[in-house]
Write a protein that binds this ligand. Structure first.
Ligand SMILES: [Zn+2]
Length: 317
């Protein structure tokens, strides 16, 4: 049973120096979490494109800064199992463009392109044990090429099945990137339900738990996006992700709002800016205590904790 442990942080929040010389951070599980939002992984770098090398560099900077990948759904569920002193970070990829997940042929076999996002992530995870390789892919099953399920039609089903079975998540981004603010309820529900249905053709029974809003546009009523049914298919989104808004609240914070989860666009100035921000505002950064059963928060902030169902809170001050 998770318990709440209020510990005295005070000036010690600024960190302690370990014997290895690296600075470690004291736990603060009410701190904020970055949900990074990538679009294309391709050449050249531009507003919606991160190059493969820059993506590698992002992972390296995160690793060096003490960040570790967690799955979005685990964040939503408050199941963050990381070593003490490390910070969770979540990767999301929108629009299923080719550079996110590409197979290439080698000696008659299909292998994952080492320069696509999945290939880069897995290589980095192999060489940096403990970093993880979780990511959520907000795919478009009914978009025009090149955004229809990573643009290798014959391999689309194989890719979705791979993602679902290798520690990644597939999220809903509507059927073909519909701006949900422009449509009546029936179209909104149809876009969400049909996207799920098409993905489930490749991954039977797969439950999409989150929706990333195309262009960040909410439908007239948020409830249309949260749950419902259309064409005989039922959907439920446990969280709705925006396209901007900065670092997200801790899942244990009362300020956590699953229907309005902010993200950070993964472009150079945003990533560099937020890494620097958390370097200078360490008390705002989520830092794990190494014990998934305990929620460690700064002294005096127990009132800011959101009590998750089944959670027992014991303030040890
Ligand atoms: Zn999009």
């Amino acid at each position: 049973m998770p318990v709440l442990r209020a510990i005295l942080l005070g000036a010690a929040l600024l960190g302690v120096v370990t014997s290895a010389g690296a600075e470690s951070l004291l736990p603060n599980e009410l701190g904020r979490v970055m949900i990074l939002e990538y679009h294309k992984i391709d050449l050249p770098e531009n507003r919606w494109t991160r190059t493969p090398d820059n993506f590698r560099r992002d992972l390296q900077r995160l690793w060096d800064g003490g960040y570790r990948l967690i799955a979005l759904n685990d964040y939503l569920d408050g199941k963050i199992a990381l070593p003490r002193g490390t910070t969770p970070v979540i990767l999301t990829f929108d629009d299923s463009s080719p550079g996110q997940f590409r197979y290439i042929e080698r000696q008659g076999d299909w292998v994952i392109d080492p320069d696509c996002a999945v290939g880069i992530l897995e290589e980095f995870a192999r060489t940096h044990p403990g970093f993880g390789h979780a990511a959520t892919f907000y795919v478009l099953p009914g978009a025009d090429p090149p955004n229809r399920l990573f643009n290798q039609p014959a391999l689309a089903a194989k890719k979705l099945a791979y993602l679902a079975s290798h520690g990644y998540e597939i999220g809903n981004h509507t059927l073909w990137h519909a701006n949900l603010s422009r449509y009546p309820e029936s179209v909104v529900r149809n876009q969400i339900a049909t996207a799920q249905e098409w993905i489930q053709r490749s991954v039977p029974g797969y439950r999409l738990r989150t929706l990333a809003l195309p262009m960040g546009a909410y439908p007239r009523e948020v409830g249309w996006a949260v749950s419902g049914s259309a064409n005989g298919a039922t959907y439920r989104n446990d969280a709705i992700l925006m396209v901007a808004g900065g670092a997200a609240p801790s899942p244990y914070a009362k300020s956590f709002d699953a229907q309005h989860l902010p993200r950070i666009q993964a472009v150079e100035h945003e990533i560099a800016g937020w890494l620097a921000y958390f370097e200078h505002h360490r008390d705002e950064r989520y830092v794990s205590d190494g014990d998934p059963a305990t929620i460690t928060v700064p002294a005096g902030s127990a009132g800011k904790v959101r009590v998750l169902p089944g959670t027992r809170i014991a303030d040890q001050r």
